[in-house]
Design a protein around this ligand. Structure first.
Ligand SMILES: [Zn+2]
Length: 60
């Protein structure tokens, strides 16, 4: 099972949950290699897409 608190959500590298920076929007760990990169933005976009598919919006 994947432990999302212990790996970078962009590249999957193992990180120290005590020290790693977190993406403010999702509270997910992101390593220094991926922080503020286009890859991070892409990973976020994919997360948002996945969430949008999971939601059923009754407002439209
Ligand atoms: Zn990373």
């Amino acid at each position: 099972m994947t432990d999302f608190a212990r790996q970078c959500f962009v590249c999957g590298k193992a990180v120290d949950p005590e020290q790693v920076e977190k993406n403010r929007q999702f509270n997910l760990p992101v390593c220094s290699d991926c922080k503020d990169t286009d890859r991070e933005k892409e990973a976020i976009a994919q997360l948002l897409e996945g969430m949008a598919e999971g939601f059923v919006c009754g407002c439209i």
